[in-house]
Design a protein around this ligand. Sequence first.
Ligand code: PLP
Length: 222
Amino acid sequence: MRSIAQNIAEIKASLPAMVTLVAVSKTQPNDALMDAYHAGQRIFGENRVQELASKAEALPADIEWHMIGHLQTNKVKYIAPFVCLIHSVDSSKLLKEINKEAARNGRIIPVLLQFHIAEEESKFGLNWEEAEALLTSDDFRGMRNIRVVGVMGMATFTENKNQVRKEFGSLKNIFERLKANHFAEEPSFKEISMGMSGDYTIAIQEGSTMVRLGSSIFGSRS
Ligand SMILES: *Cc1c(COP(=O)(O)O)cnc(C)c1O
């Protein structure tokens, strides 16, 4: 069996230099995260607030924690003191709450806008009109403690590579249009978080800057 360290080394060697690797450690025990840590990995992604908060407390302080899963407004306060990037902003209500909790902690929290690019109904995310409404609102203009640094999306879970490619292409297109419309003067708007273990090669070809890999690092989740 290959080790976590070997998996990370292989994946890192295959990623273009500009692409950030987020190790998705949900459901994995702290020992497994520490194996990745000793292999040099410092960015970890979790999809549940409670698990994220308790791992952050137990593990080394130089880990950068990313929230990648659906986030409820009433739980923002538990991660606001330390979270490095929230990938899953899908409403102006959530963004407002993140701004409020960031201010209480004297921080500016970087976030990504999550877009619904998949065919499946079940996945969370904004559509183009919703994002435009959010970014042109007075509410948004008043938010001093968040920084929108890019977009995130998940492709349909399918064997059809053309469809996956098309969906990732649509997120890249959304990114370019948002950049032109709202962030032309902001170099920090640069991230496209797309690609998981099954589809990250396609995501990179379509312009991903950040891949979120779980099972290809840690093995399948129980
Ligand atoms: C679980 C998860 C991943 C990683 O999935 P793998 O297929 O194990 O790589 C990536 N992104 C999100 C949002 C997830 O919930």
